[in-house]
Design a protein around this ligand. Structure first.
Ligand code: PRP
Length: 180
């Protein structure tokens, strides 16, 4: 796996420090009551596990399996909800967690759906936000890091299903991308 990495973009220690700050901000700003965290699978799994363990508030966790990249580097343009059921969100303040905000399609589609299902408010939180024009007008309420418009893997993010277990955010070599 190591030989496939061209460059580490965000080191593990830097991520940890940033998560401390984000968790404190969420604790401070989130309305009273039990927080409902919704994790978008699979990419946000690692980020959410590390972030939520730092949030010292009563909270419940739900997961939603959505996909639009199907393992590749380009969005398919369509956000698929892969679960048979949808969590009960009526009247709740939801903290929606995703790994990366890119075209904005995923966050937009899921936030819309949560509102349709009766969520009182949807607060969005991403580890990474790509500096690029959005297809959907959406920005996250909480952002870990702004990054350039390049394809990244690690810390939950994949290429063809792999590299999610890297402890840092990294850029792949052109050879690793070409190999698929
Ligand atoms: C990726 C990523 C975000 C979304 C962001 O999901 O995890 O959910 O794309 O891109 P967007 O802003 O262009 O919508 P993917 O479809 O790869 O599924 P995964 O989380 O299972 O890897």
């Amino acid at each position: 796996m190591k030989q496939d990495i061209a460059r580490v973009l965000i080191d593990e220690k830097v991520i940890e420090k940033r998560l401390d700050v984000m968790a404190a901000q969420i604790e401070r700003e989130f309305p009273e009551g039990t927080l409902l965290a919704i994790i978008l699978l699979k990419g946000a799994l690692v980020f959410a596990a590390d972030l939520l363990r730092r949030v010292e508030r009563p909270l419940e966790i739900e997961c939603l399996n959505v996909s639009s990249y199907h393992g590749g580097t380009e969005s398919s343009g369509k956000v698929d909800f892969l679960d048979r059921s949808f969590p009960e969100v009526k009247g709740r303040h939801v903290l929606l967690l995703d790994d990366i905000l890119d075209t904005g399609r995923t966050l937009h589609a899921v936030a819309e759906r949560l509102r349709e299902e009766g969520a009182e408010a949807v607060h969005t939180c991403v580890l990474l936000s790509k500096d690029r024009p959005r297809v959907e007008e959406v920005e996250a309420d909480y952002t870990g890091f702004q990054i350039g418009d390049e394809f990244v893997v690690g810390y939950g993010l994949d290429y063809m299903g792999r590299y999610r277990n890297l402890p840092h955010v990294a850029v792949l070599t052109p050879e690793a991308i070409a190999r698929g």
